[in-house]
Ligand binder design. Structure first.
Ligand SMILES: O=C(O)C1=C[C@@H](OP(=O)(O)O)[C@@H](O)[C@H](O)C1
Ligand SMILES: C=C(OP(=O)(O)O)C(=O)O
Length: 423
């Protein structure tokens, strides 16, 4: 059930806040998969608890993995993977792309489905690739959810070519399960460039941390067969989910600090340091975390966001409030995200009196005075976050279905109010 509209609060003073963030969705779901496939027990320390990560835990449990809560952590005991089982992917790209290769390793049938929009997100290339690697998948010829994986308890693996231009997760999914394939995997991408290089680097790094032998080139990845170690995974704060909070510093000419910002990371959210600096923020990183200070006005952004696409909705909102025009490119693949994000952002920014237009691979945004109104969110958590940023400066924005933030940040509206509360 959609939750009632949320009146996005206006900032009446510069923000001055420290905002601790829950764990990374991308790291939590990789850690769960790698732990479930490991040779011994493992632990995910301070995982993100949200719809996407709870769905991943439920899916792995359904296949025979022991996952129990233990003092804010998840203790994981790998079990023999088996069906019959039903898996709900919700709208989680990580679950719909990372889980089927694990299901292929199970014995028995695993049926996989998700939200109505999940059935439209790109899945064909990974279904075809899994078949080429030896898995039996019945998708009724749709090349999309729903489908049934008919596992035999093992996957041959080997060489495969995939077009992953629609989503880096199509490659990450194959790589994460590949140490358990008989021959490992030798994946080559052929097609327009794969987005989200940082997320692929995260996959490679976490596989190596679990003991896998991985070779990575620009468009080719090789994972050798071999056991994965059960280990303790420390989950970093979700840096992509910092975008709206850090943006509040620019919009209000204030200061926001995110504690525990890692010195080095594979998370794409780390790019916010450079992107917000380019828009005129002062960004400092020290033992207290990452601090962003606004200086009053701020400039628009001209940037290729191909590697950091998930930052787009919040950055687009910021661009709509900037002092100069913006051009965001390299993000055609966002049409296959939680919603068609390019269409949704144009419709909603323009619905408030703004001037945004779609490019073949991005957005052009010219700042204009905005007015209040209903902001539709299309079951997309980042559309709620984008609306919140606009609402800081534009009175009367009513955000439809704010509960959809539960995908990655269930506590968002409370955190937002607390950031805006006087110290
Ligand atoms: O692997 C991951 O954890 C993710 C990869 C990216 O997907 P795309 O490559 O489909 O953009 C990103 O947008 C998504 O939020 C998380
Ligand atoms: C694209 C996103 O999610 P997903 O993991 O569902 O692809 C996102 O979080 O912005």
């Amino acid at each position: 059930m959609p939750s009632p509209h949320w009146s996005a609060p206006v900032a009446h003073a510069p923000v001055d806040a420290t905002v601790p963030l829950p764990g990374s969705k991308s790291m939590t779901n990789r850690a769960l998969v790698l732990s479930a496939l490991a040779a011994g027990p493992g632990r995910v320390v301070q995982p993100l608890r949200s719809r996407d990560t709870d769905l991943m835990a439920a899916a792995l449990r359904a296949l025979g993995t022991g996952i129990t809560e233990d003092g804010g952590d998840w203790a994981v005991v790998p079990g023999e993977l088996r069906g019959p089982a039903s898996v709900d992917t919700g709208l989680a790209g990580t679950v719909m792309r990372f889980l089927p290769p694990v299901a292929a390793l199970a014995s028995g049938e695993v049926s996989v489905d998700g939200d109505p929009r999940a059935r439209e997100r790109p899945m064909g290339p990974i279904i075809t690739a899994l078949r080429a690697l030896g898995a039996a998948i019945d998708d009724g010829g749709r090349g999309a959810l729903p489908f049934t994986v008919r596992g035999t308890g093992s996957v041959n693996g080997g060489e495969v070519v995939i077009d992953a231009s629609g989503s880096s997760q199509l490659v990450s999914g194959l790589l994460l399960a590949a140490p358990r394939f008989e021959k490992g995997v030798d994946v080559r991408h052929a097609g327009p460039p794969v987005p989200s290089a940082a997320h692929l680097a995260m996959t490679v790094e976490m596989l190596r941390e679990a003991g896998a032998a991985v070779e990575a080139e620009e468009n080719a990845w090789r994972v050798a067969p071999g056991p994965l170690q059960g280990r303790e995974w420390a989950i970093e704060p979700d840096l992509s989910n910092s975008a709206q909070f850090l943006s509040a510093a620019l919009v209000t000419g204030g200061r926001v600090t995110v504690p525990d910002w890692p010195a080095e990371t594979t998370q794409p959210g780390d790019a916010l340091r450079g992107l917000l600096t380019a828009m005129g923020a002062e960004v400092t990183h020290g033992p207290g975390g990452l601090t962003v200070r606004g200086r009053g006005g701020f400039a628009g952004l001209t940037a290729d966001l191909h590697e950091v696409g998930e930052l787009t909705p919040v950055l687009a909102a910021l661009c709509a409030l900037a002092d100069s025009p913006s051009r965001l490119t390299g993000i055609a693949h966002l049409r296959g995200h939680e919603t068609d994000r390019l269409a949704a952002l144009v419709a909603e920014i323009n619905g408030l009196g703004g001037d945004a237009a779609e490019l073949p691979d991005g957005l052009e945004i010219r700042p204009r005075p905005l007015r209040g109104g209903v902001f539709h969110t299309y079951d997309d958590h980042r559309m709620v976050m984008a609306a919140a940023v606009l609402g800081l400066a534009v009175p009367g924005i009513e955000v439809e279905n704010p509960g959809t933030v539960g995908k990655t940040l269930p506590d968002f509206t409370r955190q937002w109010a607390s950031m805006l509360a006087p110290a």
